[in-house]
Design a protein around this ligand. Structure first.
Ligand SMILES: Cc1cc2nc3c(=O)[nH]c(=O)nc-3n(C[C@H](O)[C@H](O)[C@H](O)COP(=O)(O)OP(=O)(O)OC[C@H]3O[C@@H](n4cnc5c(N)ncnc54)[C@H](O)[C@@H]3O)c2cc1C
Length: 470
């Protein structure tokens, strides 16, 4: 229960119309895109400036009220579920593109800007902001930075951290800091920009960002290659990279996903294939033409059953639809869709997909896999029903084995979705107990009273790793 004088002073700072405690608002912000996690906050707050957030955080520190920063709530790690109550902090009033600087090739934005809005705005000026998470139509830049989101273009262009040059942030004591700037080079002290990227709202509230832009590629070409077995598709991925070609997109869909997509879109995908690669290259017209020709040859060499190169933008869009609708298509199959995120070195992709299929049979589950093959970042996705408790237990055991296998193959428990609450029990598997101690030390130094997004990243119930002998 919040102290009435706290609420009174908060309203003085933020304004009555931007502080909500009605049941509908509290319920609306009690969950995010992660199935099976929910907890009620005590207040929803929509500040309008960095200064207001600074004053608000100071007040929260005085009254020990937790703060959960929240963009669009599309994270898949229960990162915005307010498990300790307190305030859910929204950025919908801080959603402006403040500047696009054509000389320095930067964009300065507030955290609530929608990723696609930024992308479209810079493309109108012949510039390019590459990070393109599948959720970009609704995700915010603040959320992308805080999760260090990747996307379909990650292989060639990198992920969000590669495009953040500077940040304005409010620390847990309410102090405002500025890191980096419109600078190509800056080694003045510790790299606080990088420290805050991917910190999942646990170290600071990000209130402004300076982002790097690049020139918009002149042209792009899209193609789809179908394979009768996963090994050949995986070998194709390795061979493309070995040929020193880095496609802008190199995505993978397995047979289960392919069937669900075809059933949903009816675009004519053959459902008897074990794997599909969706490949896009961008750049100067001539080099794109050469790369696509070479990629086609590599697909043929590896026995692709069919190769389709889009002749028009419209056809390219249709091919991309197969990948973009994967999650929607799968989520039609059962009431609950658990989209996971395990990454392995790209040379181990086929092995990992085979393992996911074995685990699915072992636990009698439907798990389909799609993802960023070029990055080795796979999304094993289980369609299930959270009302079936026995099945949910099997789902948990299956994913535990999948994360363990990813680690065994030299990979990680999450390539882009973050830790939040969901992966916290597994974090030590990746970074070890001493890694956890270092991270906890950083948290303790920056947020000693654990007010910023408490209950995330670290857990008291860490899982012991059961090593399965194969
Ligand atoms: C259909 C679908 C497709 C997806 N595809 C991808 C994908 O391709 N790649 C990928 O990486 N992810 C993907 N995601 C996951 C998700 O969309 C990303 O993590 C995204 O960056 C979250 O943005 P958001 O605005 O929804 O942030 P939220 O979910 O609201 O928040 C995410 C985290 O950031 C923190 N946060 C938000 N704003 C701030 C701020 N201003 N200051 C400090 N902390 C803050 C929150 O506390 C939370 O920990 C997908 C999700 C869905 C549902």
């Amino acid at each position: 229960m919040l102290d009435p004088s706290f609420v009174e002073r908060l309203i003085e700072i933020i304004g009555k119309e931007y502080v909500h405690s009605d049941r509908v608002s509290l319920l609306s912000y009690s969950y995010d895109a992660t199935p099976n996690y929910q907890s009620l906050p005590e207040l929803i707050v929509e500040p309008g400036s960095t200064e207001q957030i600074s004053k608000m955080v100071k007040l929260c520190a005085e009254f020990s009220v937790p703060i959960v920063p929240r963009g669009s709530g599309t994270n898949l790690c229960a990162g915005t579920v307010p498990t300790k109550g307190g305030i859910v902090l929204l950025f919908n009033r801080m959603a402006s593109i403040l500047e696009i600087d054509d000389e320095n090739l930067t964009a300065t934005v507030q955290p609530g800007v929608i990723t696609q809005t930024l992308s479209e705005e810079v493309e109108r000026r012949n510039l390019f902001y590459p990070p393109d998470p599948g959720s970009m139509k609704i995700s915010t830049i603040g959320g992308n930075i805080s999760e260090c989101s990747g996307g379909l273009r990650g292989l060639k262009y990198g992920v969000t951290k590669d495009y953040v040059l500077g940040l304005t942030a409010v620390m847990a004591n309410g102090e405002i800091i500025q890191t980096g700037g419109k600078l190509a080079k800056d080694v003045a002290g510790y790299d606080l920009t990088k420290l805050l990227i991917g910190s999942e709202g646990t170290l600071a509230v990000i209130t402004e960002a300076i982002l790097k832009l690049v020139p918009k590629p002149e042209t792009k070409k899209t193609m789809l290659a179908l394979f009768e077995d996963i090994e050949r598709a995986a070998q194709t991925v390795s061979d493309i990279i070995a040929a020193r070609i880095i496609p802008a997109t190199l995505e993978f869909l397995d047979q289960g996903t392919l069937r669900a997509v075809e059933d949903f879109t009816h675009v004519g995908l053959p459902t008897n294939m074990e794997a599909v690669l969706l490949i896009e290259q961008d750049g100067h017209a001539e080099s794109v033409r050469q790369d696509i020709k070479r990629i086609q040859q590599i697909c043929e060499m590896n026995g692709a059953s069919s190769i389709q190169v889009a002749a028009t933008d419209q056809e390219a869009e249709q091919l991309m639809t197969a990948r973009r609708t994967a999650l929607t298509a799968l989520s039609r199959l059962k009431p609950t869709t658990i989209l996971e995120d395990a990454t392995v070195p790209r040379s181990r992709v086929a092995e990992m997909v085979r393992f996911v299929n074995e685990v699915a049979s072992k636990y009698d589950l439907m798990i389909c896999t799609f993802g960023h093959a070029g990055d080795g970042n796979l999304h094993p996705t289980c369609v299930t029903d959270i009302r079936n408790e026995q099945e949910m237990e099997r789902v948990e055991q299956a994913f535990e084995e999948i994360f363990g296998k990813a680690i065994d193959l030299g990979g990680t428990i999450t390539g882009e979705h973050g830790v939040g609450m969901m992966k916290a029990p597994y974090l030590a598997w990746k970074i070890g107990e001493s890694g956890i101690d270092v991270m906890k030390g950083i948290k303790q130094a920056l947020d000693p009273h654990n007010l910023l997004n408490p209950g995330k990243m670290f857990t008291e119930n860490a899982r012991k790793r059961i090593v399965i002998k194969s």
